[in-house]
Design a protein around this ligand. Structure first.
Ligand SMILES: CC(C)(COP(=O)(O)OP(=O)(O)OC[C@H]1O[C@@H](n2cnc3c(N)ncnc32)[C@H](O)[C@@H]1OP(=O)(O)O)[C@@H](O)C(=O)NCCC(=O)NCCS
Length: 191
């Protein structure tokens, strides 16, 4: 996969990206906001995840880079369920200087457009911790809806927190973002 949005490119992860994942996930500020972030990860753990991602059909692991080619984040598509045309997403912008500048939103909209219109997905879900205001705002802007809540589903620093369950369907996405314009090449069947 290699998708170009307005601000970012979303592309398949490579072995060379693994050390960035270790750095980002071990940042305590990021760790507080993502699943599994309470445990320090290592190069070996992330390398094993990378290898597993290559062989398993229900996971797609992707990097987010700026249009200038700087890697800034990561998206994983997991629990891919082809029968029901759905999957779950996890993401992080690991370069914190890039937070609040629309990069995460652009990456996710670009990926969703591809998933809904090129890969025939119908629904994408995600989980967000109740205190992650930035993520809730970003996902809400994109069109994700809060569908439910897992009460006290997260224990961090000896305190329980709720987990919001959010989702977006292809129908929701079209209402907000429209249908992508066909390319001229599609009309004339140009390869
Ligand atoms: C969540 C994340 C993917 C969003 O990407 P991003 O590029 O920072 O998001 P955007 O800039 O597109 O949107 C963020 C929005 O949240 C707003 N925001 C920031 N802090 C906020 C706060 N404390 N309360 C409410 N809104 C907040 C921003 O102003 C912006 O809204 P605006 O565009 O209307 O001004 C990214 O910040 C990130 O990876 N964070 C760390 C890890 C994480 O939380 N991952 C998600 C786990 S579910």
């Amino acid at each position: 996969m290699n998708l170009t949005g307005a601000k970012v490119r979303v592309k398949n992860i490579t072995r060379a990206d693994v050390s960035l994942l270790v750095k980002w996930k071990n940042d305590p500020e990021i760790g507080d906001l993502v699943r599994g972030g309470s445990i320090n990860t290592t190069f070996e753990i992330e390398s094993r995840r990378f290898e597993r991602g290559l062989s398993e059909s229900d996971i797609i692991r992707l990097m987010i880079e700026t249009l200038a080619g700087k890697p800034i984040g990561f998206i994983s598509l997991v629990e891919i369920d082809k029968d029901n045309k759905k999957a779950e997403i996890g993401m992080l912008i690991g370069e914190k200087d890039y937070w609040d500048n629309g990069y995460g939103t652009d990456a996710l909209v670009t990926l969703l457009r591809h998933l809904f219109f090129e890969m025939d997905f119908n629904r994408i879900g995600l989980e967000v911790f109740e205190y992650n205001q930035r993520a809730k705002k970003a996902y809400g802007k994109i069109g994700f809806i809060i569908e439910g809540m897992q009460r006290q589903g997260l224990c961090r620093n000896n305190k329980y927190h709720d987990i919001y369950l959010m989702g977006i369907t292809k129908e929701d996405f079209v209402k907000i973002h429209g249908v992508p314009h066909p390319k001229v090449s599609d009309y004339f069947n140009i390869k």
